[in-house]
Design a protein around this ligand. Structure first.
Ligand code: HEC
Length: 113
């Protein structure tokens, strides 16, 4: 069983389950070696882009990030989840701040897809 991320321990938004069903199999199972080199231009320009780029591509494609729409506070919780459950190396406080701000701005709950 996959450990689905459940924001704040409450029900995950439908989008999380949907993305789990649609996105993960392909996003996660493709071995890193067969993935094209990630391109920073896959991510919209703005402060925090480089931090996301360098900290987040090691384990999965950006698709798994870009398909999400989460409030900044949930992105913040997700960073803990990534460290505790997915073995992500803890982010430096500055990187984390930049990443959470960036994700909340570009992939926030109210951002159109
Ligand atoms: C050490 C490996 C690793 C790193 C580094 C990593 N992730 Fe993940 N991430 C995972 C794994 C593994 C999953 C999928 C877990 C699953 O299948 O349920 C995942 C899932 C996700 C999901 C989907 C969450 C859900 O279940 O709804 C998002 C969004 C995400 N990661 C964002 C990020 C961001 C943003 C970063 C950079 C700050 C990052 N990840 C860095 C391992 C990592």
């Amino acid at each position: 069983m996959k450990k689905a991320f459940v924001p704040g321990g409450r029900f995950a938004p439908a989008a999380v389950f949907l993305s789990a069903a649609l996105g993960f199999a392909t996003a996660i199972s493709s071995p890193a070696a067969s993935q094209a080199m990630p391109d920073i231009n896959e991510l919209p320009e703005g402060p925090g882009r480089e931090e996301v780029f360098y900290n987040c591509y090691a384990c999965h494609s950006f698709r798994i990030i870009k398909q999400q729409r989460l409030p900044e506070s949930t992105w913040d919780e997700l960073m803990d989840w990534m460290v505790e459950k997915q073995a992500m190396p803890p982010l430096s406080p500055d990187d984390r701040k930049a990443i959470v701000k960036y994700l909340g701005k570009h992939y926030g709950a109210n951002v159109p897809r």
